[in-house]
Ligand binder design. Sequence first.
Ligand code: MRU
Length: 353
Amino acid sequence: MSIPLSIAWTDGQLVILDQQKLPHVIDYLTLETIEDVYEAIFTLKVRGAPAIGIAAAYGLAVAAQRHDTETVEAFLEAVQTDAEYLGQSRPTAVNLVWALERLLKTVQKTETAEAGKALLIEEAERIHQEDEASCRQIGEYALSLLEGRGRVMTICNAGSIATAKYGTALAPFHLGSERGRKFEVYACETRPVFQGARLTVWELQQSGVDVTLITDSMAAHTIGAKDIQAIIVGADRIAANGDTANKIGTLNLAILADAYGIPFYVAAPASTFDLATRSGEEIPIEERKAEEITHIGHQPVAPLGTKVFNPAFDVTPAHLISAIITEKGIIQGDFQRNIPEVLNLYAGKGDKL
Ligand code: MRU
């Protein structure tokens, strides 16, 4: 039994687990160019907000190694252009822009292009390492909140493979498994891309957690029939007032948790907060291609040419969230006031590159 990982920095190369092919094919890809990284993020080969940020950070560092410029100014300009390009690979997860901005800020200090190249790699590695530590700490806090609540529902994959390690929403289950604490996890399949069925079920099985798959439409019935005691999900972007964007279907679960009177927890690192975004209304919601809905695999399931609306995320209003679990502490109550206090974060992040 082991916790799967999805990103490795090995001998100066960025290697990712191809999440498009899971669970039946375990394939690793070396991303050699910035275009490779963009494509891997856009097509969900690497996905999950923190993992997207880590991959983009390494992608920017990898691309920088090839810039052969005459002046440091020209080097910095090339890195800026690369960051703007990578920043457009997906719109909703703020970790992407957060990681790129962090690298841009670091590299500004450099006096030479060569030193700048090294700084970028070091900063990407730091982001990678910090995310693992953050997720572990989120797991510890989540374990304390889930005391006495062993039957838990989740959606999408906010797991180890969506982060550096452990995950956010799935971190308590991995840590619990290491310590002999038993959970029964109910994973919503997460149409249309099936991150729940393909990724969460596989990941939890790898680490020995008891997991049961349901379709998204079974959530309401299952909460009652199986006496679900809590719901825990990840996040792609959390606004200053606590409104939270996460995988489409998350809002359904938040409404159900409220109706059933069970806690609804969001688990996310500080890098997922965007205090420059005041509320959920300002969060950009990615819309993906129609074929994700009209087809399952290559099999059409709707009449050809069917009109489709395919938002990849929804926004859960803060008032439906019982607590936001971060590596810096558990945030409850007045989110507008308590988020900056717990995270020690102030507006300014998430601005355009
Ligand atoms: O479209 P995806 O698979 O990237 O969406 C992922 C999610 O919505 C996750 O819940 C979120 O990014 C948190 S991952 C720790």
